[in-house]
Design a protein around this ligand. Structure first.
Ligand code: GDP
Length: 197
């Protein structure tokens, strides 16, 4: 897919104020600092579109970016940031889970996983929750340039194995690096294919 245009549309703290659910959307989510903003900028080819390295956990916003005038990248707040209060975490949970569970135009949840790490409990729990809700998701392993491809492959194999404890099959997954633009065509191709159906 060629990204001809990528435009920031709105930031929301309330589900009721989201754009009308008439265009397909793809939600990007992961632990704070996983590389979500960098990935969104890399996919769209717009450096400053999603802000990188904001204070994690500070603002709980759902950001909509309109791509090629016909589909949305939805940037969801990161999870798993240790230094936010319990009540803030609960607010996050309610807000995001309501969005994910109720959004009619949501096509797929793109779950970002740091490829440098062994499977993290919080990522697995989140995937399991998506599974329980019957929400389609794909895995996007980030920061693959930071270690050898052997190490990346080992971590992916462990993640897949951990998922197979609860899932019958592993979802689609992608290896990416925002630094090297790895995985861009694959992620955009995956989205293009869903949009066509
Ligand atoms: P977010 O909090 O998930 O939006 O993460 P950011 O996109 O702000 O990235 C967090 C940090 O990781 C920043 O310092 C980025 O420059 C760095 N980073 C993100 N993606 C990559 C990548 O693919 N390769 C490398 N080497 N660093 C990355």
């Amino acid at each position: 897919m060629i990204v001809k245009s990528a435009e920031f549309i709105c930031s929301n703290t309330q589900i009721s104020k989201l754009p009308p659910p008439v265009k397909p959307e793809y939600a990007f989510i992961g632990r704070s600092n996983v590389g979500k903003s960098s990935l969104i900028n890399m996919l769209t080819g717009k450096k400053g579109l999603a802000k990188t390295s904001q204070t994690p956990g500070k603002t709980q916003l759902i950001n909509h970016f309109l791509i090629n005038d016909n589909w949305y990248i939805v940037d969801l707040p990161g999870y798993g940031y240790a230094r936010i209060s319990k009540s803030k975490k609960e607010d996050w949970n309610k807000f995001i889970r309501t969005y994910l569970d109720k959004r009619e135009s949501l096509q797929c949840v793109m779950v970002l996983i740091d490829s440098r790490l062994e499977p993290q409990k919080i990522d697995l729990e989140f995937c399991n929750w998506l599974g329980e809700k019957g929400l389609p998701f794909a895995l996007v392993f980030t920061k693959a340039d930071k270690q050898s491809s052997i190490k990346t492959d080992q971590n992916i194999a462990k993640f897949k194995k951990a998922l197979l404890a609860t899932f019958d099959e592993v979802p689609s997954y992608f290896v990416t690096s925002a630094e090297l633009h790895t995985g861009r065509d694959e992620v955009l191709g995956f989205i293009a294919e869903i949009n066509q159906n």
